[in-house]
Design a protein. Structure first.
Length: 151
């Protein structure tokens, strides 16, 4: 729609241009678990008004998508928990959309673990085999049923 964050195509305000039939509108929200997210402006300031993941600065062209102006969004550090103060990092719309709640992040926006290990099933078979070999070696060939959750 004209007037949004697109800085490549000139679209009159209030007009629409079909972009894709495969992805929903970027601002589409379905069932987000938002309660009290704290002081959003202060949090963005703590991150220098940059995406915690890719470093793109709010209001400027995205580092990876030069034709898109960076808009910071409230993203989960841990998607298994509600979107509340203490569980939020600023992410640009591109990183937040690509994330799809697959990762858990630390305070600096670095991935520290999988949010849901079952998404590994979506990987290419060669990658799954490599992961299996790493885990087989790590657990010395033990049956997963015999492994206790050790930390």
């Amino acid at each position: 729609m004209g007037g949004r964050d697109n800085i490549v195509a000139k679209i009159d305000k209030g007009s629409y241009q079909l972009y894709t039939l495969e992805q929903p509108y970027p601002d589409f929200k379905k069932g987000h678990r938002i309660v009290d997210t704290g002081d959003w402006e202060k949090l963005k300031e703590q991150y220098g008004f940059r995406c915690a993941t890719c470093g793109s600065r709010e209001g400027e062209p995205n580092f990876h998508w030069r034709g898109t102006k960076t808009i910071l969004q409230k993203a989960h550090k841990d998607p298994n928990k509600p979107l509340v103060a203490g569980n939020i990092i600023p992410q640009c719309q591109k990183c937040n959309r690509a994330d799809r709640n697959r990762w858990v992040y630390d305070e600096k926006g670095r991935v520290i673990k999988l949010a849901d290990a079952s998404f590994v099933r979506n990987f290419d078979k060669d990658v799954i085999v490599k992961i299996y070999r790493i885990l087989y070696k790590e657990f010395k060939g033990k049956n997963p049923k015999d492994i206790k959750n050790e930390k």
